[in-house]
Design a protein around this ligand. Structure first.
Ligand code: PMP
Length: 310
């Protein structure tokens, strides 16, 4: 039984007790990885109380991931957005990590997915702190390049946030931790930087900010898009381009970002100190602006926040 982290889980349209939200061992998703999911955060803001960050974009990506796999989600985007809000509210959460997932449940053993099959959809929400640790947010994480590449183009689509893709992420993060690193970074099949096990990457040198392109086997993150938007607002030039491995060793600053990891500095790569080590000034500026959205010091010009308790 998964550790109980909240009271209720939204399961195919109803909020039910956490302990009752179970699936059968013969579920297709367990055997074949046939699930698509999201990770979303809600923050407790001073002006509007608990707000979901980029709710619609996340759940739109859930539908996009499902479309790639020809999976039908038997709810509308608006219904899933409302269900996300209800799950936070009914669990009385102030801040939350939210995990919507759509998957094939008990549909038989055949590998062939019957198209149009009813898909199960569940949403869990619970309190969850800094993914890479509070210390990493301040002083950076020591990262290592993985011996595992990210998925090759036209094998499994990295643009879908699908359960099966996370076997790649697990190999990358397990290897990194075994080698004593806080997080692993993978290269793509062409040898260029792709992304972290669960984060996109930005490399900064001489005031220019580069990030890996959608063709570098990444999940195009919503936090990545947020960092691009905030950095442009701060007046920085942003390049989406292939980045060679050695650019990490020569960077002034590197940051990783994702819903779980938020905006985390990278202080070393493969034991080589990034810039002066710790958190660089541009990373701090972007990080302050990012967290400012939730502590009230950054104006939400983009309408990224959706209040939970109106
Ligand atoms: N890449 C991978 C592999 C991820 O799992 C995540 C986290 N969802 C990201 C990038 C960052 O995406 P986002 O900012 O949308 O959370």
């Amino acid at each position: 039984m998964a550790k109980q982290l909240a009271e209720l889980i939204w399961f195919n349209g109803k909020l039910i007790p956490w302990k009752e939200a179970t699936v059968h061992v013969m579920s297709h998703a367990i055997h074949y990885g046939s699930s698509v999911f999201e990770g979303i955060r809600a923050y407790n803001t001073p002006d509007q109380g608990t707000c979901v960050f980029r709710l619609n974009e996340h759940n739109q990506r859930l539908f996009d991931s499902a479309k790639i796999y020809r999976m039908t989600i038997p709810f509308t985007l608006d219904e899933i957005n409302q269900a996300t809000i209800d799950t936070i509210a009914k669990n009385n959460l102030k801040s939350a990590y939210i995990r919507p997932i759509a998957f094939y449940g008990d549909i038989g053993m055949g590998l062939q997915v019957p198209f149009g099959q009813e898909t199960e959809v569940t949403i869990a929400a619970f309190e969850w702190g800094a993914y890479l640790g509070e210390e990493a947010l301040k002083n950076g994480v020591n990262a290592g390049i993985s011996s595992w590449n990210r998925l090759a183009a036209n094998t499994m689509p990295t643009g879908a946030k699908a359960g099966g893709n996370y076997l790649s992420s697990q190999l990358i993060s397990m290897e990194a931790r075994r080698h004593g690193y806080g997080e692993g970074i993978a290269l793509d099949r062409n040898g260029y930087i792709s992304e972290g096990a669960g984060e996109n990457i930005f490399v900064i040198r001489n005031g220019v900010i580069s990030t890996t392109p959608k063709t570098a086997a990444i999940l195009p993150g919503i936090t990545r898009d947020t960092v691009i938007t905030l950095a442009k607002d701060l007046g920085y030039e942003i390049r989406e381009e292939n980045i060679p491995r050695e650019a990490m060793y020569l960077a002034d600053e590197i940051l990783m970002c994702g819903t779980a990891a938020e905006v985390t500095p990278v202080s070393s790569v493969d034991g080589i100190t990034v810039g002066k080590g710790g958190r660089g000034p541009i990373t701090k500026e972007i990080q302050d602006m990012f967290f400012g959205l939730f502590n009230g010091t950054t104006e939400d010009k983009w309408n990224w926040l959706t209040p939970v308790y109106k």
